[in-house]
Design a protein around this ligand. Sequence first.
Ligand code: ZN
Length: 202
Amino acid sequence: MNIEEVYEKANALLKGHFLLASGNHSNQYLQSAKVLEYPKEASKLTDALAIMIKEAGVEAHTVCAPALGGVLAGYELARSLGLRSIFVEKNEGKMELRRGFEITQGEKVIICEDIITTGGSALKAFQEIEALGGKVVAFAALANRGFCHREGSEVKTKAECKLPNNIPFFALADFDFEIYAPEMCPLCKAGLGEAIKPGSKS
Ligand code: ZN
């Protein structure tokens, strides 16, 4: 499966002039929710991710996703792996397990995101699960933005990556886009207009 093609077909891989959450500019942007718009297609992606995780010998009881972004990917991955699916949600700077979800002592958990950028939300989910007595055995995401090293990739971990480096991270592909500081941005210099912020609000 050519993951980049799947993203392009789903209009999840945008090309243009974008303002990132970091304040930098880029000529590409991943609108991850779009790749999960059609469940049949989404399950093909998580089936592929499940094979990678199984082939690595990772065993787990549960998939836990940080809400909101990770929930659909986590649910589909849990279906692909035949596991339980739960999610944690933002509260006062933390990711909390709520809604009656529980973790048993030693329960093995995969933290799943739609996309891992620096892994900040995944790290908070990890901290919550481990504080409740669970054991995080892997991180997973459909897409890796190229800040963290995923299993089987040449892309090395960069300083921005927040994932613990002793736990494996599985993703289908790296989307290691070019990023420009605004004052250095060639798209601004080429007069392509103001960088737009697609994010979750468009
Ligand atoms: Zn620019």
